[in-house]
Design a protein around this ligand. Structure first.
Ligand SMILES: [Zn+2]
Ligand SMILES: [Zn+2]
Length: 500
């Protein structure tokens, strides 16, 4: 019998980390971050120290205290030993949301990761375009490495830190094909694509000598790709699972809002409107992107995305997922503010406008990955949006609100196409968003503008009945008791407990 230990995803939505062991073989299902626990101890200005390796995370149970899974540089720097071989045979990533994948950063590089191509692209974009401390998802940058200096001056250390590209090592990435079998020792695995609020989500079907285990990851039936989830249900029922690890994010509701209905409603609102239309949606939700891309097309506007999203869309376009997207890319002003004609700099005692400088100075303050967007024909700045508000559908997230100071909207719509706040921190941010929106005389539109990435209660119960496992472990839920009704169908319900 396979042993299953839950190191996250118990009585909370997210933080999934499940260890499955069969004789001498073992694997993790996801290795995500628990927002709930992280928020209990940490905040924006109180963060775990990268110099203390994994220990700040282990202290609060954010990372399980397990030997043989963490990166050598972190262990050794904290005075811990590192065993020769990894203690697990692989980590299966169901999708690239942080609550399922963020702590891959801490894993040793020789642990094979199994993930879909889309998940890989999203994780790559995340690593390439964010500068946060713990984002080494697809490439590991070895910390605390020194090398001899080429030129040594008297009195200085003859060593220098290994940094940048020189410190990078690839992780053991295995891109998985749908329904293809892979073997991790005695455990065979198959991925089943499912629909969720970002591309590349999958469930997993695991098989050992005497068990068939289904892990749903996160899924829904009301998205653009619901057929994938339906196929998963069909395949899983033929699989005759002994155990099913099932998400239950929305066991408290039977509502659903589809992407099509958001598109229709937003088109209706935007059509014929003559001023700014600004939208805020989760940028890695490319189905939602598509919804607003279509709204823009339906209403003769051009969709404007930020550079991070443009970077991700480029990766997906190169991967063959899109062709000929008709978009504009927003260039924000950076530290020197050189994107505006009015900006001046002092040149040998004379104040000159930036347009008098060598064009190369326009690039000052932009990161390497951003520079490719600066010369694009379809790049726009605050000026374009300010001067032609009805030409654009401008995607502007909370953390980009500063752009509104430059755009100076006097009137317009602000479409909030995101989940409504469900905890104190989100409530505070939402209130701040409301203040900005009021300040710029924008009208906030939320009603019917967000659909969840998760199946509702009826759909989850129906799914389980169709798959008909012997036993269900409700996880990724705060409503586990809603599963108990399945006992009437002869299905055993086992509430997982958090392992330490
Ligand atoms: Zn999740
Ligand atoms: Zn998710």
């Amino acid at each position: 019998m396979a042993k299953i230990d839950f190191y996250g995803g118990v009585d909370e939505i997210g933080g999934n980390k499940v260890l499955v062991e069969e004789k001498n073989d073992s694997l993790f299902l996801d290795f995500g971050m628990s927002f709930k626990t992280a928020n209990q101890y940490f905040s924006e200005f109180l963060q775990p120290r990268s110099g203390n390796g994994i220990l700040d995370f282990v202290e609060f149970g954010l990372l399980p205290d397990i030997k043989g899974i963490y990166r050598e540089d972190y262990l050794r720097h904290s005075g811990l030993t590192c065993q020769e071989e990894p203690s697990v045979d692989g980590v299966l990533i169901s999708h690239a949301h942080m609550d399922h994948s963020a702590y891959v950063h801490h894993l040793r590089r020789d642990i094979p990761l199994y993930l879909t191509k889309e998940s890989y692209l999203i994780m790559k974009a995340l690593q390439d375009t964010t500068s946060t401390s713990f984002n080494e998802l697809v490439k590991l940058k070895e910390s605390f490495f020194l090398k001899p200096k080429i030129v040594v001056r008297d009195g200085y250390s003859p060593y220098t830190k290994v940094k940048g590209e020189e410190s990078e090592v690839n992780r053991d990435i295995n891109i998985i094909e749908p329904y293809k079998q892979y073997n991790l020792g005695n455990i065979s695995i198959k991925s089943a694509p499912v629909d969720h609020s970002l591309p590349g989500a999958c469930a997993f079907l695991l098989e050992t000598d005497d068990e068939a285990i289904v892990y749903t990851g996160d899924l829904r039936f009301h998205g653009r790709n619901s057929k994938m989830t339906e196929k998963f249900v069909k395949e899983s029922s033929q699989f005759q699972p002994t155990k099913m690890l099932c998400e239950g994010t929305r066991m408290n509701t039977n509502n659903n809002i589809s992407e099509e209905s958001i598109e229709e409603k937003a088109t209706h609102i935007v059509d014929g409107y003559n001023d700014h239309v600004i939208v805020n949606y989760p940028i890695r939700d490319l189905d939602r992107f598509l919804t607003f891309y279509k709204v823009a097309q339906n209403t003769d506007r051009t969709m404007v995305v930020n550079m991070k999203e443009a970077y991700l869309l480029n990766l997906f376009t190169e991967g063959g997922y899109y062709s000929n997207l008709d978009l504009a890319v927003y260039l924000p002003r950076r530290s020197w503010g050189l994107m505006g004609d009015e900006a001046c700099v002092c040149l040998e005692g004379e104040w000159v406008t930036c347009s008098d400088l060598h064009p190369q100075h326009m690039e000052d303050g932009y990161k390497k990955w951003e520079k490719r967007f600066l010369d694009l024909e379809n790049a726009v700045t605050y000026k374009d949006i300010r001067e032609n508000p009805k030409e654009y559908l401008f995607s502007c997230d909370f953390f980009e609100f500063k752009e509104l100071i430059d755009v100076k909207p006097e009137k317009g719509l602000y479409i909030w196409s995101k989940t409504e706040p469900f905890n104190d921190e989100m409530e505070i941010d939402f209130q701040k968003a409301q203040n900005w929106i009021n300040h710029f005389n924008l009208e906030m539109i939320t009603e019917g503008m967000h659909g969840s990435g998760h199946a509702n209660k009826t759909e989850i119960l129906d799914m389980i009945r169709k798959i008909n496992p012997e036993k269900v472990y409700p996880m990724h839920t705060e409503k586990k008791e809603e599963f108990e009704i399945l006992k009437n169908d002869g299905i055993e319900i086992d509430f997982p407990e958090l392992s330490q």
